[in-house]
Write a protein that binds this ligand. Structure first.
Ligand code: ZN
Length: 291
């Protein structure tokens, strides 16, 4: 199953929701960063949360999530675009902790003391910025707290990543539900009940359930319309041109020093681990572009 997301709204217009499967893009990100299981689960949950947040934006807008905690993982950074492109990295990929209550200990890896900051590029002069303290460090609860506190929208978030003993990603996905004014108490109560009774997302996905089926389970008895289905993919916004601009920004002296000392350059993008190689003649051309 390829990665995609489904967006719905209830017929009453008071609850909107998104559900997605992200197994492919999470696998790709974990492979590129060489994450160990607990780090894979943390990165996968954050990427899935980013994909859900990105899908609520308008065309051309972007969102960046930065989780910083006092645990060994140090941080998780995710960038998502409205187009469905998602990318991200962790501070320390080689983190694996003992399993806690049958689950990978993401909260222990990130740490429970720290911050989640959200930056949205909405195409305005200044980006929108919001920040909350980490709640559990388990990612889903932290995002729900951010949405409720900083954006003032009561939200429920569920994120799941199943990592196999061989460190491959068997399933990843999630959902995001938001209550819109005027709050429909009855629907919210019913949704909370369904969330409480629902088997773990990864179990449902491993059984072959689709995002549509996750929503059917969550919204059983609540009529809704499917608004959109969109593809999701691991995609970084880096490019050779962007890396060239970074090299140029080093300035004449530093770039000349690099050419003299190294002869060539290999620059790795921290988000996707793509390596860009520059030969001596290419570096000399860039040097010539600096006034
Ligand atoms: Zn990149």
């Amino acid at each position: 199953m390829t990665d995609y997301l489904v967006r719905i709204i209830t017929k009453s217009g008071t609850v909107r929701a998104l559900a997605c499967v992200t197994t492919g893009l999470v696998s790709e990100a974990c492979r590129r960063h060489g994450t160990w299981p607990t780090a894979s689960a943390a990165l996968g949950r954050a990427l899935t949360g980013g994909a859900l947040m990105g899908a609520m934006l308008k065309t051309g807008q972007r969102v960046a999530l930065k989780f910083e905690g006092n645990g060994p993982l140090k941080k998780i950074i995710v960038e998502a675009e409205s187009s469905g492109a998602v990318c991200g990295c962790v501070g320390v990929p080689e983190v694996h902790l003992p399993v806690k209550e049958g689950k990978l200990d993401v909260g222990g890896a990130l740490g429970r003391a720290g911050f989640l900051s959200v930056t949205k590029d909405l195409g305005l002069k200044e980006p929108y910025k919001g920040m909350v303290q980490l709640y559990t460090g388990e990612i889903a609860e932290d995002l729900a707290l951010y949405l409720a506190e900083s954006e003032q929208i009561p939200s429920a978030v569920g994120l799941g990543v199943f990592v196999e003993p061989d460190n491959s990603i068997a399933a990843a996905g999630g959902f995001l539900i938001q209550s819109l004014p005027p709050q429909d108490e009855e629907a919210v109560e019913r949704l909370m009940e369904h969330i409480g009774k629902m088997p773990p997302i990864t179990e449902l996905l491993r059984r072959g359930n689709t995002p549509e089926q996750l929503l059917e389970l969550l919204f059983a008895g609540i009529p809704y319309d499917i608004l959109e289905k969109r593809a999701l993919a691991f995609h970084c916004s880096c490019s050779r041109e962007k890396i060239e601009r970074v090299l140029i920004s080093l300035g004449k002296a530093d770039l000349a020093g690099m050419i003299e000392k190294e002869g060539s350059a290999a620059v790795t993008c921290e988000f996707c681990r793509e390596v860009y190689h520059f030969s001596r003649s290419e570096l000399e051309r860039l040097l010539g572009e600096i006034n």
